[in-house]
Design a binder for this molecule. Sequence first.
Ligand code: FES
Length: 347
Amino acid sequence: MIEVDGKRVRVRDGITVKEALEIRGYKITKYPEKGSLFAPCEIGGCWSCAVEVGHELKPACITPVKDGIRIRTQLPEDYTPKRIVHGFSGHTVGGVGTPWLLKATHGYIEAACFAAGCNLRCPQCQNWETTYTGKGKASTPKEAAEMMTATRRKFGVDRMAISGGESTLNRRWLVEYVRELKMLNPDPNARIHVDTNASILTRDYIDELVEAGMTDIGPDLKGYYPETFMRITAIDDRGLAERYLNTAWDAAQYLIDRYKDRVFVGVGIPYNKELISVQEIGLIGEKLCEIDHEVQVCVLDYRPEFKRRDLIKPGYEEMVEIHKLLKEKGLTTVICQTGYGHIGPEL
Ligand code: FES
């Protein structure tokens, strides 16, 4: 017997708190919705699904029920969110939202960390241990911001990036983290950079992040067509895939239209001919060009990783062709990741 929001209920042993809540009729979702429990990663990484078990915050998706436990789904207004974030280190390449001119320099250019858990299931994920294993201690936003600030000092850089996994999953955590980071780094040189798949990055979420202090962002656009998005991400629910993809495109447009003068925006596009056609890359280029022909676009050469060891890494010449195509579409700041480093805007 357990207690859920004051009601005593009988559930079988061995299930998780999330499963117990589902059985009791609670709505669990893969896209944040009011009145539902958002459980996007299900590996105990993002803590978006956190509830109170006893008097402790716990991720519902991996916490087992035990006889006599008390679960509270409505967290107090002033609760402190937690999330697993690790890999604080100096970075020499930067991410999608790193300006090209910095990528082209040598040495450390950013301090970076990686948030565990993702809502997507990309079989070729390039950071799959962070994304799918949920290892590590969960940190509060303040703890993570302190670690990031120490990493900035250690590597003598001004940029502080968070990537993943998917950095945006636990909204309250990310907004508070950016705010804390801003307070610890009030100098005008400090840059707070978020790399994201942008699939749940709604306009009000963007407003909140900018208000908190985010200065740079790299949204990914994993396709023009939903079918491509589904192939790349292994999200097999078409409605959900469309919602994620539409949100990502809208986020890119809104960021550029509303915040171009205040926030650096660099867009990421995946390329591997097994996952997306050259023609579709052209369509993405045209659509981005309509939004802003000057926006930085970074094409990522998707390579054999994780469960897709069979993929063949795009060759250098192939990436040169993609680069030319996007330039022909009118984009002026195209960079392409290759096995030999980046191809810059000027070929
Ligand atoms: S959904 Fe439970 S930790 Fe991410």
